[in-house]
Design a binder for this molecule. Structure first.
Ligand code: FES
Length: 193
């Protein structure tokens, strides 16, 4: 029996010519360009979307706001008076009129006024003034866990980790204007929220 012979072609398989490559290269280039273009369009579209999502957060976070309260002559020297802080609340889309933002204790000293946040630095309860016999301030006290503070807001006893938070004030057109801010509770440092 004759051994079988494998038939081998004399011609190697033909390699693609440069002309064959060109359409493939062009298709690849086109695909890459399309992908890059799509990414650029997506990125461009994402910028306004992020701006829209972030904008409302910017309005409410951090920083103070100068809020006009009562007239200076409505305060008696050394007698603390609690006042509500009312102002418009704005974000990117809406304005809420006359929102109650919180309250502060004002204490007049001549032509100046000191303002203390009415929020206890311990766990955030509302701090009361303690009147002295002459009606002036004997300090402040928190009913929740009996923290006490001197008339100038210094911590004297109880679990509060720091003094009362002092706020900036100025007198404008005879009114007391307060730089209203909020601070983190439960920590020693005065850190704005
Ligand atoms: S919240 Fe004021 S003492 Fe605890």
């Amino acid at each position: 029996m004759q051994p079988r012979r494998l038939h081998m072609s004399a011609d190697p398989p033909s390699k693609p010519t440069r002309a064959d490559d060109e359409p493939r290269t062009s298709r690849r280039t086109l695909a890459i360009a399309t992908a890059v273009g799509a990414c650029a369009v997506a990125a461009a579209a994402a910028v306004p979307a992020i701006a829209l999502v972030v904008a409302p957060l910017q309005g409410g976070k951090g920083g103070g706001r100068w809020v006009r309260t009562l007239k200076l002559d409505q305060l008696k020297d050394g007698v603390p008076r609690r006042v509500a802080v009312v102002d418009d609340r704005k974000d990117a889309w809406t304005v809420e009129k006359n929102v109650d933002l919180g309250s502060v204790w004002l204490v007049r000293d001549g032509e100046k006024v000191r303002a203390f946040s009415a929020v206890c630095p311990h766990l955030g309860c509302s701090v009361n003034a303690v009147p002295a016999a002459d009606g002036k301030s004997a300090g402040f006290a928190c009913p929740c866990h009996t923290s006490s503070f001197s008339p100038d807001g210094k911590r004297t006893s109880g679990p509060s980790p720091r003094d009362l938070d002092v706020l900036e004030t100025k007198i404008e057109d005879g009114h007391v204007v307060v730089d209203f801010r909020r601070f983190r509770i439960g920590i020693e440092q005065k850190v704005e929220t």
